[in-house]
Design a protein around this ligand. Structure first.
Ligand SMILES: Cc1cc2nc3c(=O)[nH]c(=O)nc-3n(C[C@H](O)[C@H](O)[C@H](O)COP(=O)(O)OP(=O)(O)OC[C@H]3O[C@@H](n4cnc5c(N)ncnc54)[C@H](O)[C@@H]3O)c2cc1C
Length: 330
């Protein structure tokens, strides 16, 4: 969670003026969050700041803290449900402007804003194996590390050696692999107020042509399985090992509950895959949250398992929680 709880902000104009002085920071005001969301959902953000360097990120963080502004850190917004109300604070967008990468032997160091599929392909082209599973995952490497994202039962944390972060004072903190607390689609980075700026990995030597072939296979399988046409956020619900053994993955449980195609407003359980919710055009966060509630209840009644969300909801005050936890429960 990346929120500084603060009394109502008095001097937003002062903060914006100070941020505007930073040459390596792109600043926009009144930005519709739907434009930063793969779901294309979300009201306006007061300010969106995209740093072009680690130094600018640190400077921006110091200013944001000094002004007591609420802060939300995002990558590509591919695992986030922004609220219809928007967010009255500063969104720090770690994106393509921070995407350098270097490879030395089996070690790879990359900045947080690099696009994950590009990262995975470059690792493979260098004859290194271990990032193939991430080749089809949209989003930034920073978001992938925070979520311990992956596919085919793998998570990026398996190959991570260390991660370089900034705290809200702009100070550098380096966490080792063990300090990151990686587990299935989670890490301590989701709860500690740290901004990932760079990560170091170690991969196994492999044959570049073989790795490329494997990546093509993975992409083809994903294209067959997942809805491609309409905006979505990937898998909404997490797989639960106990449930997997008896009932199967969330998509199967949702489909067996007869929910494929179920719709609230313009949010719909994808007809192609039960674990995806697509935006038919004008879906609101309230529609998605209601559909999540409906699915959980229906699946619980059939299986006695509660499905929890991988997708994270950003409430209007900037609190980030798995989307099955209602903001009012905080
Ligand atoms: C079509 C589709 C398919 C998908 N398939 C998969 C899949 O196979 N496997 C999988 O694991 N995921 C999948 N996802 C989910 C998503 O792509 C991943 O979780 C992705 O890695 C998130 O990266 P992001 O940059 O979009 O992060 P965001 O969605 O922007 O943020 C996710 C979380 O990370 C935090 N965060 C982001 N960047 C930083 C940073 N630099 N420092 C600190 N915190 C940060 C945010 O605060 C938030 O808590 C899919 C999504 C879509 C749309």
């Amino acid at each position: 969670m990346h929120v500084i709880d603060a009394p109502r902000l008095l001097d937003f104009a002062g903060l914006v003026a100070a941020l505007a002085q930073l040459p390596e920071l792109r600043l926009r005001q009144g930005v519709p969050l739907r434009s930063l969301s793969r779901w294309q959902i979300g009201g306006p953000a007061r300010v969106v700041a995209e740093p072009l360097s680690v130094a600018a990120t640190a400077q921006a963080l110091r200013l944001i803290k000094a002004h007591g502004a609420p802060l939300l850190v995002i990558g590509d917004g591919s695992n986030l449900l922004f609220d219809d109300e928007g967010f009255d604070g500063v969104v720090l967008h770690i994106g393509r402007a921070m995407s350098s990468m270097r490879i030395e032997g089996r070690r790879v160091v990359a900045q947080a804003g690099i696009w994950t599929p590009i990262f995975a392909r470059r690792v493979g082209c260098a004859g290194l194996s271990g990032a193939e599973h991430a080749v089809g995952i949209p989003g930034t490497l920073g978001g992938l590390v925070v979520m311990n994202g992956g596919s085919l039962r793998k998570g990026i944390g398996e190959n991570l050696v260390s991660v370089t972060c900034l705290d809200h004072d702009g100070e550098t903190r380096v966490l080792s692999h063990d300090e990151c607390g990686f587990a299935y689609r989670t890490s301590v980075l989701q709860t500690r107020e740290l901004i990932v700026v760079e990560a170091e990995f170690e991969f196994a030597p492999g044959e570049a042509r073989e790795i490329r072939r494997e990546m093509i296979k993975i992409m083809a399988a994903r294209r067959k399985k997942f809805p491609l046409r309409l905006p979505n956020c990937g898998s909404v619900f997490l797989s639960n090992p106990a449930m997997y053994d008896t009932v199967g993955p969330p998509g199967k449980a949702i489909e067996e509950a007869g929910l494929r195609g179920t719709r609230i407003g313009d949010a719909q359980i994808a007809p192609e895959h039960g674990n995806f919710i697509v935006n038919l055009g004008a879906a609101r966060s309230a529609d998605v949250l209601a559909l999540i509630g409906l699915v959980r209840k229906a699946v619980y009644e059939r299986t006695r398992f509660w499905l929890d969300c991988e997708v994270r909801h950003v409430s209007s005050n900037g609190h980030l929680t798995p989307a099955h936890i209602p903001a009012e429960a905080l």
